[in-house]
Design a protein around this ligand. Structure first.
Ligand SMILES: C[S@@+](CC[C@H](N)C(=O)[O-])C[C@H]1O[C@@H](n2cnc3c(N)ncnc32)[C@H](O)[C@@H]1O
Length: 312
């Protein structure tokens, strides 16, 4: 049984954000992608998921967005609500409850646990969780050692990127290490607005360009990039709805999004308190159904959002 201490042994920046509106829509969208890839591409095997910023996989959340969202009537039947329940179902089918949680704390399955659960359920054939933080990787190892994962443990990999994962994943991508069944998820922290993030942005330009070309040739199943501007709402609004922050920085948000072939591109934008965006690069036949699926799967939580838009 996992304990609260297992999950808090090593602090992470993500701890305080886990379960916020960014996570709730991001994870809803990741699940929708998985289902659409499986249903629309019946000829392909179940996807191999690679998370370049894997995270702890299970979090102790106290976030008010999660608290509020869980109180909505439609939460239990939503895709996210059902996936969360499956993750914490009684052992050995799920992780079971997390012991030692304090009042107000909620166990929240992040992308690592949701995708690992998808491997158990046969929706994905493997998962690689890449993370540069050794404490985070230890916690993922602890979570994946639970009995519910015993039959699929060999399909769950935890990888040390020995520094930022982006250049590592880019060189693997360019070297042809990923195949038609791979899905790449990038979940970096706010990198689109600071002037000293220029080199990170240029790596994302290359990652997005390469992913777009490979998805177009059927050599990659899909890729996603999650954008956050942190508390800089001004930068977010300029990038999302204006001319671009600081007039549109080189390889800034707008430039990165417009790198993708519009026929393969979906952009989700939302705000509860902070602004977020999720860029998907998907095969042409998946684009419209995925957009509709995200729209439907997020409908229960939309009333809580200040804005929510899917640009197909
Ligand atoms: C936002 S959290 C991941 C959340 C997770 N993807 C989810 O949705 O549940 C970001 C994680 O990426 C790791 N990280 C941050 N920058 C990184 C980088 N450049 N390369 C690899 N890992 C990184 C952090 O240690 C942290 O665990």
């Amino acid at each position: 049984m996992l304990t609260r201490n297992d999950l808090l042994l090593s602090p992470s920046l993500q701890d305080k954000n886990a379960g916020n509106s960014g996570d709730l829509i991001k994870h809803t969208s990741y699940l929708a992608l998985l289902y659409e890839l499986i249903h629309r591409r019946s000829h392909a095997a179940q996807p191999h998921i690679v998370e370049a910023h894997g995270g702890k996989s299970v979090y102790v959340s106290t976030h008010r967005h999660l608290v509020t969202a869980r109180q909505l009537d439609h939460y239990p039947a939503s895709t996210l609500g059902r996936a969360q329940a499956a993750c914490f179902a009684p052992a050995p089918s799920g992780l079971g409850p997390i012991s030692g949680l304090q009042p107000g704390e909620i166990a929240y399955a992040g992308s690592g646990a949701l995708h690992a659960r998808a491997v158990i359920d046969g929706l994905s054939s493997s998962l690689s969780v890449v993370d540069s933080d050794p404490g985070v990787r230890n916690i993922v190892g602890r979570v994946f050692s639970e009995p519910c994962f015993s039959n699929v443990r060999a399909q769950l990999q935890i990888q040390n990127s020995a520094g930022p994962s982006e250049p590592v994943v880019l060189s693997r991508l360019q070297g042809g290490a990923f195949r038609s069944g791979h899905v790449l998820h990038f979940d970096p922290f706010a990198f689109v607005m600071a002037s000293d993030d220029a080199s990170t942005r240029s790596i994302y330009r290359d990652l997005i360009r390469e992913s777009d070309a490979r998805v177009g040739r059927g050599e990659l199943a899909a890729a996603s990039v999650f954008f956050t501007w942190g508390s800089n709402g001004f930068a977010a609004k300029e990038d999302l709805y204006g001319a671009g922050y600081r007039g549109g920085m080189p390889n800034g948000y707008q430039a990165l999004v417009s790198t993708v072939n519009p026929e393969q591109r979906i952009v989700v934008k939302w705000c509860w308190e902070l602004f977020f965006s999720l860029l998907f690069i998907v095969p042409k036949d998946v684009k419209v159904p995925l957009g509709r699926a995200i729209e439907a799967d997020a409908s229960w939580i939309r009333p809580l959002m200040r804005c929510f838009e899917i640009v197909i």
